[in-house]
Design a protein around this ligand. Structure first.
Ligand code: SF4
Length: 373
């Protein structure tokens, strides 16, 4: 066994948080010693998270037509991808997805919207009541990925019955301007701050393989540890044709596993979730994610790409001698069937301070059209 890995691991197992210096030592591990890294990450996983793993599932309620220019994203209207224009699922389709998520053992079910942030109309007339319905059923945790949040929208989600919000940092603050130019990193940090202040559990991680350095990776993972996120999704770039990152090579499977392990060393108590890019980047090594330190993964399809059948993931977990833990926290009752957002006077017509008025008009019109359809 490589001494430095085992001695760092012992410190983690004894409850110590590792430093960036330690993380660099782990990053330097190569050759056959990489298996030592996995071995100890697995030990850390079992000590702090137990043997059960968790699944979560998502549904894209509003797809495409996004004003933002995130270079990894098929839904940005800045790029010519297969996702053109904006489409909406019906309430029935979203509720059917929630029911399916619960049936396949998803601990959490997230409604995801494209766009910089939710509008008042979407929140009050569409997503709030829908999320409230899912929360009240109590069969899976209601989670929301709606872009940037304000104190008002975060608080509204909590009153609607939502108990977790996903908003990824995506990468380091240093590398971020090379990936997104239309909204600042601070907006992402503020969203997490507002969500936490509203009593929401935080799910935030990033995408690896966009051209960032290991130092960028450490920046992001240590920042997420400092913020105290509850769930940390690890996505591997699945390059989308038509985006600026379309020619970015896939990360090799062993590098993906190394990233997972180092994340586990840095943040031993987080729910470490392997999400997008699992199938295409890890290929036959997908089942290694748990041995490498993850305790959670996404089940079913992603936002604009397909995942594999839930049956296959169930079999994978069973074959490893593991089990998955479904949601067991029971119903969360919304404050009312139609909660209203708190009004604030200084943020414009729709009380969404981060939008240009023209964008809001566009989104509200389309959302209203979809709601009537
Ligand atoms: S804000 Fe969300 S939907 Fe819009 S481009 Fe960025 S990641 Fe895609």
């Amino acid at each position: 066994m490589l001494e430095s890995v085992s001695s760092i691991a012992q410190r983690v197992l004894n409850g110590e948080l590792i430093s960036r210096y330690d993380a660099r030592a782990l990053q330097a591990v190569g050759g056959d010693d990489i298996y030592d890294l996995f071995y100890w990450a697995n030990k850390i996983r079992i000590q702090f998270k137990g043997r059960d793993v968790r699944f979560c599932a998502i549904v894209a309620a509003k797809v495409g037509g996004c004003s933002e220019d995130c270079q990894f994203c098929a839904q940005s209207s800045h790029y010519q991808t297969a996702v053109q224009g904006q489409t909406f699922l019906t309430d029935e389709q979203i509720l059917a997805s929630a029911e399916h998520a619960q049936r396949v053992g998803a601990d959490s079910f997230g409604i995801v919207n494209s766009g910089r942030g939710p509008t008042r109309s979407e929140m009050e007339n569409w997503l709030g009541p829908l999320l409230g319905k899912i929360a009240a059923e109590g069969k899976t945790r209601a989670c929301a990925t709606l872009g940037a949040l304000t104190p008002q929208t975060a608080e509204f989600l909590h009153r609607s019955g939502v108990r977790r919000v996903n908003h990824n940092l995506e990468t380091s603050e240093r590398f971020y301007p090379q990936i997104v130019s239309t909204h600042p990193y601070s907006e992402r940090l503020n969203t997490l701050r507002h969500a936490k202040a509203a009593g929401l559990s935080l799910c935030s991680g990033g995408i690896f393989g966009m051209g960032e350095t290991w130092e960028d990776r450490f920046d992001m993972v240590f920042t997420l540890r400092d913020i105290g996120v509850d769930v940390m999704p690890v996505n591997f770039l699945n390059a989308i044709a038509g985006t600026p990152l379309e020619n970015q090579p896939k990360l090799p499977p062993m590098e993906c596993l190394k990233i997972i392990s180092i994340c586990r060393f840095i943040n031993p108590t987080v729910e470490l979730k392997v999400a997008g890019g699992r199938e295409v980047c890890l290929r036959d090594l997908q089942s290694w994610i748990f041995f490498a330190g993850a305790d959670s993964t996404m089940i079913g399809n992603y936002l604009t790409t397909y995942g594999r059948s839930p049956d296959v993931d169930h079999q994978m977990v069973r074959d490893l001698g593991l089990a998955w833990q479904s949601y067991h926290e029971g119903p969360v009752m919304p404050e009312s069937e139609r909660p209203r957002m708190a009004r604030v006077s200084h943020t414009g017509r729709y009380q969404i301070p981060i939008y240009h008025e023209a964008d809001v008009e566009l989104d509200v019109e389309k959302a209203a059209g979809a709601l009537k359809a």
